[in-house]
Design a protein around this ligand. Structure first.
Ligand SMILES: [Zn+2]
Length: 52
């Protein structure tokens, strides 16, 4: 069973549903920044800038 805890971008309430039961807006899975695929490109970008 796959459980993904989601969070409402509006009220920050945690829920397992795709929609916040309070605000009725779409929730999303909170992703730590270091796991973001965009950060990978950020590292390349920093490398290009600072020459690490
Ligand atoms: Zn909400």
């Amino acid at each position: 069973m796959r459980t993904s805890l989601r969070t409402c971008p509006h009220c920050r309430e945690y829920t397992l549903k795709d929609e916040c039961p309070i605000c009725h807006v779409g929730t999303k899975v909170p992703v730590p920044p270091r796991f973001s695929p965009e950060d990978r490109y950020g590292r390349y970008r920093r490398k290009a800038i600072y020459g690490e």
